[in-house]
Design a binder for this molecule. Structure first.
Ligand code: TYD
Length: 223
């Protein structure tokens, strides 16, 4: 696989979608900013859930609040896994095999943090299911945007309508944050924590520095 998979993770309202776009712009500059790695044939932005046609339908099911029937946590887990299986098979693998750099808004770590630590589902089962859905395709780099809950809650309030997942209580989101912290320790080789407290430019610069450091490290390992 010649491409690179860079994943953005973090709790709702941490700013990852904005920062993902900022990184895309930076990587697409006419002067390739990472002299240590060859420029990609293309940079492609995607997300979970909801990148494919099937995923769009699943995203709607997953995120639309339903006051008449609560979604069972296992059903929720399986729907996220179905979205991922389709995404990996139809988009991620072909794109990476063609040498593209993929910037992905959430990936398997979200399932571990939200359905595992957040909902309390069995973590071994989640690891297995992630393995099935991804076919073993792992991120080359995961950028975990870490921000405290009060600040993310404020941003979500400012944004207005909240989706079904965002409606969960503060304790749920604290557990999710803890999940990302544990993942960063467990996968320290491919995960970088980004302090997401600061204005947009400051956080964008932190991310650029982190990506540059990672690129240098990747080059050293491949030399
Ligand atoms: P996201 O697209 O980041 O939200 P938004 O576009 O509203 O900012 O993610 C949608 C929600 O799905 C988010 O609350 C996290 C949740 N999620 C899981 O619970 N498990 C998963 O595996 C994934 C990929 C997302």
């Amino acid at each position: 696989m010649t491409g690179q998979l860079i994943v953005f993770e973090g709790i709702d309202g941490c700013g990852k979608t904005t920062q993902l776009r900022r990184l895309e712009q930076w990587l697409s500059q006419p002067t390739w900013p990472l002299e240590l790695l060859p420029p990609p044939s293309r940079i492609w932005v995607t997300k979970e859930p909801g990148a494919t046609q099937l995923g769009t339908a699943l995203r709607q099911l997953l995120l639309t609040p339903n006051e008449f029937e609560a979604m069972d946590p296992t059903a929720e887990l399986l729907l996220y896994a179905a979205d991922r299986a389709q995404h990996v098979a139809r988009q991620l693998r072909p794109e990476l095999e063609a040498g593209g750099w993929v910037l992905c808004d959430r990936y398997e770590d979200s399932t571990w943090a939200y359905q595992g630590l957040g909902r309390g589902l069995d973590l071994t089962l989640i690891d297995q299911l992630n393995g099935i859905a991804t076919g073993g395709l792992q991120a080359d780099l995961t950028l975990w945007l870490d921000l405290d809950l009060e600040q993310t809650r404020q941003r979500l309030c400012d944004r207005g309508a909240v989706d079904r997942m965002e409606q969960a209580d503060a304790a749920f989101h604290q557990r999710v944050r803890q999940g990302f912290r544990e993942l960063a320790e467990r996968h320290g080789d491919r995960t970088l924590r980004i302090d997401a407290d600061g204005d947009e430019d400051t956080v964008a610069e932190r991310i650029q520095q982190a990506v540059s450091t990672w690129a240098r490290r990747s080059k050293m390992h491949s030399a």
